[in-house]
Design a protein around this ligand. Sequence first.
Ligand code: ADP
Length: 396
Amino acid sequence: MKVLVINAGSSSLKYQLVDMVTQTIVTKGICERVGADDSFHKHGIDTDERVISVYLPNHYEAVKAVLQVLVDPHTGDVASLDEIAAVGHRVVHGGEHFSDSVIIDENVIRRIEECSSLAPLHNPPALAGIRACSELMPGKPQVAAFDTAFHQTMPPKAYMYPLPYEMFEKYRIRRYGFHGTSHRYIAERAAILLDKPLIDLKLITCHLGNGCSLAAIDHGCSVDTSMGFTPLEGLMMGTRCGNIDPAIVTFMIEELGMSAHAANELMNKQSGLLGISGLSNDLRDVRAATEAGNERAALAYEMYSNSVKKCIGSYVFALGGVDAIVLTAGVGENCERMRRMIFQGLESLGIYMDQQLNTQRGFERIISEERSPVKIVVIPTNEELMIAKDVARLCA
Ligand code: ADP
């Protein structure tokens, strides 16, 4: 059984074809700059990757291009679309409607539409991808996997904001949380690696990529997470500021004369590592500049690690202890220097990082010392496989 997983972003469309028997990727690719004149399509794995220059005015055309490449008689990966049993779509916002992935029908589509105002850059392209698949592969089962779903188990004390209660009742202003598929995947994999049932574990999962979020997981359920009403809240990120005094927003608008749109752009696209270093949102660049003596880069680096450290600390208290801290995504998986800084000086809390193990790369591993009561675990995330598994489960 093969499952096609589609992840439609505002101007991109990523996909993976997953073989559910071997649980491996058959092929993958990305359509980039969808809607722009210089759009292109990258298809294939590693050395087999090729770039196809093709005009993709919208996500419908992108899906069409992907399906054409998959069934190409000379270079295709399947003989016909019949070989693809079902399609899974990553959908960013499911609001309060969905606490699990779900088979898509008209009702689900309406709900995703309703949530578009909460994720205006992400839900509409996901819907476009869903509609394109319905049209180009009629009758094929489709599943939506929501970034928000895993966090629907949070209790009110974690998801409510201390605003007037009507803001929640009338406008559903609350914490939703994101990266749920990634947090769920690494929690499940960590339990297997630790050889303990997930239900018996207290975990803090850290998705540290360009976007960053932490989740506190108890008995396999998310009980708190750092992203909120939108993915802007929480940790310092590549270009997002994360938590700041909310009065700064009104100051920028009222005192500096910025429009609400400009303030939003500044906080989402010009802040974080990029804003502080003035160089880049990519931690590799910030790290290189730090090592070359750039003080603002060093400050950005320190602020980032401190932001993760403080959030881990708050979740240790909220959970009443922790069995393991799990790291994933570009920074969490690859940056030993950042991991060292995050876990420095925590030995009195029973967190002992093994400096040697910390330098290893590329696979699921425990990087804490044998004697460490709290384990530190690195798990490369695989949201597409998680979505494909949901598709297989729901379509069985
Ligand atoms: P996203 O999916 O959120 O766009 P990724 O999970 O791909 O992001 O992570 C991107 C981040 O990971 C970038 O900031 C990049 O600098 C960082 N990263 C990737 N590899 C390394 C590395 N070897 N050392 C340090 N940072 C790395």
